[in-house]
Design a protein around this ligand. Sequence first.
Ligand code: FE2
Length: 244
Amino acid sequence: MFDLHCHFLPGIDDGAKDISESLDLACYAVKSGITHAILTPHIHQGRFHNDRLSIYESFKVFQQALLDNQIPLKVGFAAEVRIDHEIIDWVEQGIIPFLGRKQEQDVMLLELPHSHIPAGTENMVKWLLSKNIVPIIAHPERNKEIMKEPRKILPLYNLGCLFQLTAGAVAGNFGDVSRSTAEDLLKNGLVHILASDAHNLKHRPPELEPGRIAAEKIIGESASWDLVISNPRTIAEQHFNDRL
Ligand SMILES: [Fe+2]
């Protein structure tokens, strides 16, 4: 399975604290059936000042440690970008690493605040699309405004946004409202991928299968596998070249 949203890189956000924890997460991911992962540290103004270079430097350390420890996880790197007007400058400067490509567009993992959908979100999405960048919205099922009224994501869907659910939320680990919101989005065919958004082993481990099994009960087996294999693989294949 392909996990396109996780925080394994050591010491650059609120995920793994050091390389030892990074490797523990990688081992757990492999045991849980994840073969390929895109590491997506936060780029979040005022909290995590990452950019392509800082993420790449951390990624190289992690990738070498995987090799040294013979952990068979294939990896690439991108970022989870918190919505902010600065994104315009960041895109112009080329400091945002993308998840991959879809239909000749770059794919950006875009995070909304947990509390609401900020005013200006649609304008930012339109601007990104004008730059040939399609946003995939991270974990809409954990956004309080969407949890209250799932149809609030429809304007973003109609513009062309993709949506990523947290596998653990589909399985019920983030509470009943997140689970039912995820179910609603799945039933309406709005979901493109499941991802772990793993931060640590204790509370947010890197696993997709419990979420896939829960999704299977809602959308059927074949469609549930698409969410963890073919859809994420298509987006991320440039990271893995011939290693798919
Ligand atoms: Fe995340």
